[in-house]
Design a protein around this ligand. Structure first.
Ligand code: CP
Length: 304
């Protein structure tokens, strides 16, 4: 895994996913080490972010490295018409590693092909968000004691939600059962369902967000309807409040059920869920720090 970009979660094999999970566990025990001393990491965010950018930057700081970059592309020369290719080539002159979020599907793959240093995809359009997936898998492992044989309900925007696309691909190695809960307009894309069918992965599709499905699940993975991906805001208005998880809906859920959400949330999880011990989304986001420490060190070939 030396000097390797992480563009899609499929860049990791099943064995590598297990290896990364072990590394994350080690970083959680000891997040303050000087492993990135002398290294410069660039964080280029062409789309807004709170958790991903700040956890990557905290991860670098806690490992003794330095951060350059931008959180708002309108302050960069991209507004003058500089291409993504030129931007990436320039930044790779300065940094040892580039973490990039971009609004276009495939932008991270393209960047990795023109770049002389590793690229970590921090989310590209509605395509992939592999570092989120590793923190999701770590959260599943911590709360369930395993990542095999998980029954998981994915709820909300399965069309544009890059986190569910990445998570589906990662869990496909580990004998999952999926419940896809979405309105027709936000269905899981056909390519992912075809992949499941061809791979013998069990999945069920639902329009109703019912307690029956919640009660048989180990993980309830809620997602936000991705307003920024709609070309017609009237379409967004029709589905924006399609499902809301309320505390009373968890009354008969399994003792091991945990509610995950990549965050930010809008209306899909009511605030009364936050105090339920099964709500795990804030701890999940905290796991992002250790996860990103592990991913960056592995990308740079640095052992902890
Ligand atoms: N989960 C996630 O990607 O959050 P941010 O958009 O705040 O980075």
């Amino acid at each position: 895994m030396k000097n390797r970009s992480l563009v899609s979660i499929t860049d990791y094999s099943k064995e590598e996913i297990r290896h990364v999970l072990k590394k994350i566990e080690q970083f959680e025990k000891n997040p303050n080490q000087r492993l990135l001393e002398g290294k410069v990491v660039a964080t280029l965010f062409f789309e807004p972010s709170t958790r991903t950018r700040l956890s990557f930057e905290t991860a670098v700081n806690r490992l003794g490295g330095r951060v350059i970059g931008f959180s708002d592309a309108s302050t960069s020369s991209s507004v003058k018409g500089e291409t993504l290719k030129d931007t990436i080539i320039m930044v790779s002159n300065y940094a040892d590693l580039i973490v990039m979020r971009h609004y276009l599907d495939g932008a991270a793959r393209y960047a990795s092909e023109v770049c002389s240093v590793p690229i970590i995809n921090a989310g590209d359009g509605s395509n992939q968000h592999p570092s989120q997936t590793m923190l999701d898998l770590y959260s599943i492992f911590k709360t369930q004691g395993r990542i095999n044989d998980i029954e998981i309900a994915m709820v909300g925007d399965l069309k544009y939600g890059r986190t569910v696309h990445s998570l589906l691909m990662a869990l496909s190695h580990f004998n999952p059962v999926f419940h896809f809960i979405a309105p027709e307009e936000l269905d899981m894309p056909a390519s992912y369902k075809t992949f499941c069918q061809k791979s013998g992965i069990r999945f069920h599709e639902h329009r109703d967000f019912s307690e029956d499905v919640i009660n048989q699940s180990d993980i309830l993975y809620m997602t936000r309807v991705q307003k920024e991906r709609f070309s017609d805001l009237m379409d967004y208005e029709r589905v924006k409040n399609v499902y809301t998880l309320r505390n009373k809906m968890l009354e008969n859920s399994k003792p091991n059920l945990r509610v995950l959400h990549p965050l930010p949330r809008v209306t899909e999880i009511a605030y009364d869920v936050d105090s339920n011990p099964k709500a795990y989304y804030f701890q999940q986001a905290k796991n992002g720090l250790y996860t990103r420490q592990a991913i960056m060190c592995l990308a740079l070939g640095i052992e902890n």
